[in-house]
Design a protein around this ligand. Sequence first.
Ligand SMILES: NC(=O)c1ccc[n+]([C@@H]2O[C@H](COP(=O)([O-])OP(=O)(O)OC[C@H]3O[C@@H](n4cnc5c(N)ncnc54)[C@H](OP(=O)(O)O)[C@@H]3O)[C@@H](O)[C@H]2O)c1
Length: 335
Amino acid sequence: MATANRQVKLARRPAPGLVTRDVFAIEDSPLPEPGPGEFRVKTAFVSLDPAMRGWINEGRSYVPPVAVGDVMRGYAVGRVDASNHPEFKPGDAVQGLFGVQQYAVSNGKGVVKVDPNLAPLERWIGGLGMPGWTAYFGLLEVGQPKPGETVVVSAASGAVGSIVGQIAKIKGCRAVGIAGGPDKCRYVTEELGFDACVDYRGGNLAADLKAACPKGIDINFENVGGEILDTVLTQMNLFGRIPLCGLISAYNATTPPEGLKNIRYILTQRLKLQGLIVFDWVDRIPEAIRELGQWHAAGRLKIREDVRDGGLDAFPDVLNLLYTSGNQGKLVLRV
Ligand SMILES: NC(=O)c1ccc[n+]([C@@H]2O[C@H](COP(=O)([O-])OP(=O)(O)OC[C@H]3O[C@@H](n4cnc5c(N)ncnc54)[C@H](OP(=O)(O)O)[C@@H]3O)[C@@H](O)[C@H]2O)c1
């Protein structure tokens, strides 16, 4: 039986740019004991999410910043190993915001019981977890896709983007991805079944996008921002929708990002651009899990994880892979 709990804590606020190891303190603390109405989870996999870079910055956002000295915020999946909670029994597989640590104590709020017989544990923090829910609600609720429309999604081979394009196909749309490099683009078309994928590093983004979207773009599911969003804007159709999910190209910026050059297309094409945060649909998570799970079981939704070893000590380096295009699918760390 373990006596210590390895934890990743925020040691200091980061300077702009990729995080350095000294931003985090990775250390052991005593194994926490669950109190009345609580249970303890032994983490199996921790989720690495682009938002983590924003969560450790000072400033106004959709959640308060992680406080210096606190355990790093993060989704994880694991099994209950001790419980004083009537609904959570030892051995239950659970997913939640347990933090970047080996053991977490919870009262069950926001925790989702998951079925490891339906999908491996790590998938429940990936395509069937928060990134999957983001794709599901962001595309269907904000994007409002209709059969025959063209849906473009950036970071298309990643955790959220890969699901967005596949749901677009399920809903009868033309799905076009934008991704970095020929290997990722091949994966997006050949494995995930998108109609086309544009390599934004190919040096021809506008022309390649035009060729991939001969009828223009009705929905742009934006994960990246910057040059990519600026280029897509010029090809949006009248009354197009832009679910603004992420701006990863700016998360490590060392100078303030430039403004949009082509903002006038929002006016002339009467576009709707709406930011989205997955927590807005917290009450509907069971619906997303049911739908995504059914598509996955039916072979209509392919999901890929990029599982990294090295334990919690590898956390800072593995996190940076998200911002340097080093991940191939949903990035998770085996604990
Ligand atoms: N709003 C919400 O509630 C919510 C929830 C979850 C995620 N998100 C957002 O969704 C986006 C995708 O997240 P994810 O978890 O699915 O990550 P991911 O796509 O699995 O991994 C990140 C990918 O972003 C691309 N990228 C990184 N820096 C880039 C740059 N400078 N220019 C172009 N592409 C770049 C890379 O793909 P390439 O190799 O193709 O460059 C990288 O592999 C992020 O912006 C994230 O913040 C939002």
